[in-house]
Design a protein around this ligand. Structure first.
Ligand code: PXP
Length: 240
């Protein structure tokens, strides 16, 4: 079964709309863990619009499941990673003012500066994943520069699924990308815009190790409650 890592950015976004700490990122993490989530993901951005460095440090103290920290490896981001040494660090090429992560790495242009960063993180015992489009050549570079895993950026699959537009051909592209990664020894994660409707089909791709899901799961939690929403996503994942 594919592991579920719940992204708590949106809990922090809501919390930041007032100054007295509700909803609590820590309590939400506890609820996700009680419901059976395999991991917690956060994406501390430079503008701190949702997750703040303090959230990352507090989560690191209490988590009993895998901790995945995503972000562009700026000096400030790397300081947090060195201190926290999470289970996994997912490196993402998002601009400081990006609305949300919107593309995978171009490793032809970024591979040489990422290589020593990947080496350092792995030496710290942190598993390194790279956020990637389903592009076979780029995936080969990910292996070459030392990544352990890739996280497939699933926005175009989710859009095709939503619009019933070429979903089969887009899905096949992701399937090929995942197979390529696995053949060359990379683990495969996935994330972005996955939801209760499109998740089961995506995870019929063999060997997807982890999905990280935030926006849709937190939106579902407004209707169902967070505990039940996590259970629902786990139920879908158990159908694979
Ligand atoms: N993976 C990465 C790298 C992301 O930046 C995000 C959004 O923070 C996600 C996965 C989760 O996407 P969503 O919030 O659409 O589930």
């Amino acid at each position: 079964m594919t592991n579920l890592s719940v992204n708590l950015n949106k809990v922090a976004l809501l919390r930041n709309a007032r100054n007295f700490g509700i909803p609590s990122v820590i309590e939400s993490a506890s609820t996700c863990i009680r419901a059976g989530a395999h991991g917690i993901t956060v994406h501390p951005r430079p503008d701190q619009r949702h997750i703040k460095p303090e959230d990352v440090y507090e989560l690191a103290q209490m988590l009993t499941v895998e901790f995945n920290i995503e972000g562009n490896p700026s000096p400030q981001f790397l300081e947090i990673i060195r201190e926290v040494k999470p289970t996994q660090c997912t490196l993402v090429p998002d601009a400081p003012d990006a609305f949300t992560s919107d593309h995978g790495w171009n490793l032809v242009t970024n591979g040489s500066w990422l290589r020593p960063i990947i080496r350092e993180l792995k030496d710290l015992g942190v598993r390194v994943s790279l956020f990637m489009d389903p592009d076979l050549t780029q995936i080969e570079y990910a292996k070459e520069i030392g990544a352990d895993r890739i996280e497939l950026y699933t926005e175009s699959y989710a859009t095709a699924f939503r619009n019933s537009d070429h979903v089969e051909s887009v899905f096949q592209e992701y399937k090929k990308a995942a197979r390529k990664a696995q053949e060359i020894g990379l683990g495969v994660n996935a994330g972005h815009d996955l939801n209760l409707q499109n998740l089961e089909k995506f995870c019929s791709i063999p060997g997807i190790l982890e999905v990280s899901i935030g926006h849709a799961l937190i939106a579902d939690a407004l209707e169902m409650g967070l505990f039940t929403a996590v259970k629902e996503y786990l139920r879908v994942l158990s159908h694979e």
